[in-house]
Ligand binder design. Structure first.
Ligand SMILES: [Zn+2]
Length: 126
């Protein structure tokens, strides 16, 4: 499975480099795999007092490209992150996706969205 998601993780890692995080300095990159094989990326954007999460930036990116069906989301960060509640709710509109969480130490964890929501991950925000 990790092989299957290698390119998705690579896309998330690359996206993290484009994050705009002047306040937290804690970039997260996301890459969403559409059912047709397309990959749509996003990264943390901190503007004013609010934060646009990488997951929802990737989702918006994919939606604007006309995609509506997804199979997996990869996240890349210094330390493994779990999608926040708002992101989980947004992603859940499109089914129970696989969420692959990669970190800079090379660790990769994967779980379905519903598993994460049930405490399958730590409660870090992205
Ligand atoms: Zn979020």
């Amino acid at each position: 499975m990790e092989t299957r998601f290698d390119s998705l993780i690579a896309a998330a890692k690359q996206a993290a480099q484009s994050a705009y995080t002047p306040r937290s300095g804690d970039p997260v990159g996301a890459a969403l795999l559409a059912r047709d094989g397309g990959i749509f990326s996003g990264a943390t954007v901190e503007l004013g007092g609010s934060v646009l999460c990488a997951e929802r930036v990737a989702l918006a990116n994919a939606l604007l490209a006309g995609k509506r069906r997804f199979t997996a989301l990869a996240l890349y960060a210094q330390n493994p992150v779990v999608p926040c509640e708002d992101c989980r709710r947004a992603l859940r509109e499109f089914g129970d996706l696989w969420v692959i969480r990669a970190s800079s130490d090379g660790g990769v964890q994967s779980a379905t969205l519903s598993k994460l929501a049930n405490g399958g991950g730590q409660g870090e925000r992205t």
